[in-house]
Design a protein around this ligand. Structure first.
Ligand SMILES: *Cc1c(COP(=O)(O)O)cnc(C)c1O
Length: 378
C-alpha cells in the first residue's frame, strides 16, 4: 500500500507533530462498496458533512467518487463549495437546507438544498420561477425526528399542488430518530409513515435510511440510502457486530519516559496514585486534540487504553490540554520518540468513545487538527 504524506492545509511536519492520524482510503472505499452491495437495488450515496466526519472532506469524497459514488450530502453551503471544487460532476445536497438569501449561490454551485420547511420551499420556488429554470431540490418530510422537515400535513398539502411548483423535486426524504436501536417501535412507524408520504410524490426518488437503517432495516432502503458513520468504520447499530473495516489510526508521539515511585501521583488533581514503582510514557496530545477529558483515569476509575509496543497500557491520570500519560510499566524498551496508539490495532473509535460516554461520531468529528495527516490506500 502506497503511503502518501499529505502536505495540504496546516498538517504539521511528521517530526514535529504530537501525533500521526492515518486515514485508510482503501478501507473507506471498501466500506462504501460493501454498503452499496447491501443496499442494492437502491442507490448508495455518501454523507460527508463535518469535513467528512472529521477525516478530510476532499480526500474522502474523491476516494468515494473513485469507488463509484455519485451523490453526496453535506450540512452547509460552505462544505458544498469545497466539495464542488473537488468533484465537478457530483450531485450535492445540503442537509441544513436553504438559509435566507442563499438561493443564487446554490444555483451558481449547482448544489441542491434539502428544503425542510414551507418558508424554504416558497423561497426556492420563487427563485426558480423568477429565473425561469426548473431548479432541482430535495424535500425533507419529518416522520418523527422533530428536527427539520415538513410536517405530515404540510407535505400532503404540497403534494396536492405538485403541478404548480416551479422547481423540480429531485428527492423526497426523511430521517430516522432511533435506527441504531433496531427494536425501537418508532422505526416501523417512521418507515410506514414515509412509505405513504413518498407515494404522494410519484416519480420522485425516495430516501430514508442512514447507516443504521441500511444495515438493520431493509424496508427502509427505498431508492437511495444515505450512510455516513459506516463508511468511516464507526458502529451504526447498537448491540450488533460492526461489519465495517476501521478507517482511522492515531499514533501519539512519546515525548519522554519517566519513572514514578510507589505512592507518587500523576497529573492535575493528583487523581491517580501509583501502587508500585511505575514507568510512564508522556505523549504529546490532549483534550485540545480530541482526546476527551472524560477518558482519563483516577484511583476509582479506569480510563482509555493505548497500545505501546504491542501491549495495551492504561492512560494514567487526567487528560491535559496537550499531554497525556500512559502507564508503560509492563512494556520493556519504550523510548523517547516512539509512538503510543490511541486508535488502531484493535482499538476502534467506538471503544475509545465509550470511555468518554459518547459515540464514535463524536470521536471522529473531534479528531485534532494538530496531527500530521497521512492518507494511505487512495
Ligand atoms: C448525518 C445524516 C445521515 C448519516 O447518518 P449516519 O448515522 O452517520 O449514517 C443521513 N441523513 C441525514 C439527514 C443526516 O443528517
Amino acid at each position: 500500500m502506497k503511503t502518501d504524506v499529505s502536505t495540504a492545509g496546516t498538517s504539521p511536519a511528521p517530526g514535529e507533530a504530537g501525533g500521526q492520524l492515518t486515514v485508510d482510503l482503501g478501507a473507506l472505499a471498501a466500506n462504501w462498496r460493501e454498503l452499496k452491495r447491501r443496499a442494492a437495488p437502491a442507490r448508495c450515496s455518501a454523507v460527508v458533512k463535518a469535513d467528512g466526519y472529521g477525516l478530510g472532506l476532499t480526500p474522502v469524497a474523491m476516494a468515494l467518487a473513485k469507488a463509484g459514488c455519485e451523490t453526496f450530502f453535506v450540512a452547509l453551503l460552505e462544505e458544498a463549495r469545497r466539495l464542488r471544487a473537488a468533484l465537478p460532476a457530483a450531485t450535492i445536497y445540503v442537509l441544513d437546507g436553504l438559509m435566507p438569501g442563499t438561493a443564487p449561490e446554490f444555483r451558481n454551485l449547482r448544489v441542491e438544498p434539502v428544503l425542510g420547511s414551507r418558508a424554504e420551499i416558497d423561497e426556492w420556488d420563487a427563485f426558480a420561477r423568477d429565473r425561469g429554470e426548473l431548479l432541482p431540490a430535495a424535500i425533507h418530510i419529518d416522520t418523527g425526528m422533530e428536527r427539520l422537515g415538513l410536517s405530515t400535513d404540510e407535505a400532503r398539502a404540497r403534494a396536492e399542488r405538485l403541478p404548480l411548483l416551479h422547481f423540480k423535486p429531485s428527492l423526497v426524504m426523511s430521517h430516522f430518530a432511533c435506527a441504531d436501536e433496531p427494536a425501537h417501535p418508532l422505526n416501523a412507524k417512521q418507515i410506514a409513515a414515509f412509505r405513504e408520504l413518498a407515494a404522494l410524490f410519484p416519480g420522485t426518488p425516495a430516501s430514508l435510511a442512514n447507516s443504521a437503517g441500511l444495515l438493520a432495516h431493509p424496508a427502509s432502503h427505498f431508492d437511495l440510502v444515505r450512510p455516513g458513520i459506516s463508511i468511516y468504520g464507526g458502529r451504526a447499530v447498537i448491540g450488533q457486530e460492526n461489519p465495517m473495516q476501521p478507517v482511522v489510526r492515531l499514533d501519539l508521539r512519546i515525548l519522554q519516559v519517566r519513572h514514578a515511585v510507589k505512592g507518587a501521583s500523576i497529573g492535575y488533581g493528583a487523581t491517580r496514585t501509583f501502587s508500585r514503582d511505575s514507568r510512564l510514557a508522556i505523549c504529546a496530545a490532549g483534550y485540545a486534540d480530541g482526546i476527551f477529558r472524560a477518558v482519563g483515569s483516577s484511583d476509582q476509575r479506569n480510563g482509555a487504553e493505548l497500545i505501546v509496543a504491542g501491549r495495551r497500557c492504561p492512560l494514567a491520570g487526567r487528560v491535559s490540554m496537550d499531554l497525556i500519560a500512559v502507564d508503560v510499566t509492563e512494556v520493556p524498551d519504550v523510548k523517547r520518540g516512539d509512538f503510543a496508539t490511541l486508535l488502531g490495532d484493535g482499538i476502534g473509535v467506538d471503544e475509545f468513545a465509550a470511555h468518554a460516554g459518547t459515540i464514535g461520531y463524536e470521536t471522529l468529528t473531534n479528531l485534532g487538527r494538530r496531527y500530521t495527516r497521512v492518507y494511505v490506500g487512495g
